[in-house]
Ligand binder design. Structure first.
Ligand code: SF4
Ligand code: SF4
Length: 436
């Protein structure tokens, strides 16, 4: 009974801290602008199955892709066992989900195998980070904390798998011959014979309890570390894929206010009513101007760097890194959110997302090729934010690169990007032998 009381108290504390962390992020979401209406649920479900559960994009890099996918699938299966531990801890039961019979055997058996696979994958990931100097893990946006986060998360997952296997091994040694033995343990049985054979019952009980508590406490600690680390995507990447933009890649959002203005100019009678509320500004200059989807994208970014590695601007030496756009947006909201919540929209720290975090040079380096969008394993849309920040520069600050200003002036004056009057446009065809 004492074990149940202690467990319930720790669980409650974990949920309170986690609840506070989620509430804090929810309040930041409330500061953002609307994005799109969430509909087409069948299409979204397909996308979730294909991109998230099927890990379709991650397999473009076969070896690391397979390892990541195995870790992801392993986590899904092992999480069911963690839920069972919580039930056992609170209710004082013994392998409570054993009532599922054959299904339970499949879940626990595959979880046991996945524990070893995840363990090996984590060792390889640690080796890649600590020993191999992989380009993708570097970049000005990856600060020291981000690298520490990665090592901490990998270490925690490593310990989680070791304690899971330790618990299963002791469980097999303790109870395999008893009638209440539940599940199958293809790997742990073998390890148990190898390492725990001949150990007295009392000591096996201690091994089991130590690993049980270590495993569940690590889960609680990990869950509370995630909202403050780059690994928050563990919570957000599935919702982020479900809430993907379903419009064709590269389709730009229409600026409704500008569209209404133009319609009123072109045809005042047919024009719709102007919006009731005037927008504070066009485009995005700071964290409070981004949409909830932009913010969800930034929270979900795994900082894997796949987008930056395919970005033609980045690869040709320009300052732009699409990963940095996401990292900076999240960092700015972390800084700006509390100011806005405490002091309202007039809070001013003399900083902005544009220039203080992301420079105009980075923004104008983007070719809008959308390679980053296609590559991103969790369907983040980086160019959308880049375009919105460019819109701010052009519409609010009248700042555009020289070539672009010339082109915009030409469109305004000549109805085309070129410096010819509309009357001269067909001159090129005058010397042709046929009529055009
Ligand atoms: S859309 Fe822009 S940021 Fe994305 S890959 Fe192309 S150039 Fe890079
Ligand atoms: S935006 Fe996507 S591809 Fe780029 S670092 Fe983040 S998760 Fe990886």
């Amino acid at each position: 009974m004492m074990k149940q009381i202690i467990f319930a108290a720790i669980l409650l504390l974990t949920l309170i801290i986690l609840g506070y962390s989620f509430y804090r992020i929810y309040r930041f979401f409330k500061l953002t602008r609307p994005a799109f209406k969430i509909k087409d649920h069948a299409q979204r479900f397909n996308e979730l199955m294909r991109v998230a559960f099927g890990q379709s994009k991650i397999f473009r890099w076969p070896f690391t892709g397979l390892m990541h996918a195995l870790v992801f699938w392993g986590f899904l299966v092992i999480t069911i066992g963690s839920v069972e531990m919580v039930i056992d801890g609170v209710a004082g039961t013994h392998r409570a989900l054993g009532v599922l019979g054959a299904v339970y055997n499949v879940i626990i058996g595959s979880g046991d195998v996945f524990a070893v696979i995840v363990l090996l994958a984590i060792l390889i990931f640690l080796g890649r980070r600590l020993v191999m100097n992989i380009n993708r893990f570097n970049g000005i946006e990856l600060r020291k904390k981000s690298k520490q986060d990665a090592i901490l998360a990998l270490t925690l997952i490593f310990l989680l798998m070791v304690s899971l296997l330790g618990m299963n091994m002791a469980y097999v040694a303790l109870y395999e011959s008893k009638v209440w033995f539940e599940g199958v343990y293809p790997v742990s049985r073998w390890f148990s014979d190898l390492f725990l054979d001949g150990i007295p019952y009392d000591q096996l009980l201690i091994v089991h309890e130590v690993n049980w508590w270590t495993h569940i406490l690590l889960i609680f600690i990990f869950a509370n570390v995630l909202p403050y680390s780059k690994h928050f995507h563990v919570f957000t990447s599935l919702p982020n894929v479900y809430l993907s933009r379903l419009t064709p890649v590269g389709k730009m959002n229409t600026m409704e206010d500008v569209k209404t203005e133009v319609e009123m100019m072109m045809n005042p009678e047919a024009a719709q009513e102007p919006p009731a509320e005037e927008l504070a500004s066009f485009g995005v200059s700071d964290a409070e101007h981004i949409t909830w989807k932009n913010y969800l994208d930034s929270l979900s970014c795994t900082q894997c760097g796949r987008c930056t590695s395919v970005c033609p601007a980045n690869q040709t030496g320009k300052k732009l890194s699409p990963r940095k756009i996401m990292v900076d947006t999240r960092a700015r909201m972390k800084e700006r959110g509390p100011q806005l919540l405490d002091h309202g929209k007039n809070a001013d720290d003399k900083k902005m997302l544009i220039e203080d975090f992301i420079t105009a040079e980075e923004l104008w380096a983007c070719t809008t090729c959308n390679a980053c969008v296609i590559e991103c394993p969790i369907n983040i849309n980086q160019p959308e934010l880049i375009l919105e920040m460019r819109r701010y520069l052009v519409l609010e600050q009248a700042k555009a690169p020289g070539e672009l200003s010339t082109m915009l002036t030409n469109i305004e004056n000549n109805g085309a990007p070129w410096q010819y009057s509309p009357e001269d446009r067909m001159k090129w065809s005058e010397e042709l032998f046929m009529n055009v």
